[in-house]
Design a protein around this ligand. Sequence first.
Ligand code: PEP
Length: 300
Amino acid sequence: MNDLRKQIEQLVLQTLQELRPGMQEIAPLMQVSQLQTSSFTYGKRVPFVAANWKMNQLSASAKSFIIELQKLDRKNVQTVICAPHILLSQMAAERQYADLLLGAQNFYPETAGAFTGEHSLQMLADAGVNTVIIGHSERRNLFGEQDELLAKKLSTAIANNFLPIFCVGENLAERKNGSTFRVLYNQLTTGLSQIRPPFPDPDKIVFAYEPIWAIGTGVTATADQAEEAVAFVRERLVEKFSYAYAEKVRVLYGGSVNEKNTTSLAAKPSIDGFLVGNASLGVSTFASIIDQTAACKRMV
Ligand code: PEP
């Protein structure tokens, strides 16, 4: 069944390209998308909200953030703080609740050796870290990380029992010329290519749709745009894994999420939470995003 669907999608893409090179690809894929996602069981996935601090915070602000966050009720939202490497050990020492995850924003997929400036997963585990962001657009674009390296990072993270947050997303030109779904398809196909059975538990792998044009720009995808792309990501997971597996995997949205837009995005059934950059730097804003996510997901 999955093979048949894949063949149909490939045929649609191929035909479309032949008929209208460079033109919109979104419409026919959307139809397949809507058919497939309409029967997913929503509301069974634990919401997930991750802070991506990027190159921000110092030891004092990181310490007070984690202390303050732990005083608040996170309402069963799985919460992750992805901090700069140098702050992680200190934050692990302040962590009182095992369900508050600590994440790294980068690692190198080798155990040890001559990789100047890099950190292995073993080092991160030693520092108390169990989550990693992979494929963030800033790593892809500023640091030249290619799909093949990201595929290796993803399979290495899984093999080492880390929870990866694997990011995909199109740039503005790609969105405008209608190749959003093609970009997501390619990033996911290569990214997932090195994962082989036995697959990790579906709650041990997280995906994030992060349109580059929305990251750090203050421009957020509309709730409908985010929902459509997140649903598309989950369909690719059906192809790679299975329907039952994909139904359990959390897929996040990231891109200028803040206190004002969280509720409309979180109300969408496919969106299981958020990867939050700027708005995760202050504890009260981040906590508000967690609260709103929890409130919406209880209603779904
Ligand atoms: C991010 O860094 O993943 C991100 C989504 O950043 P921002 O929320 O600032 O757009």
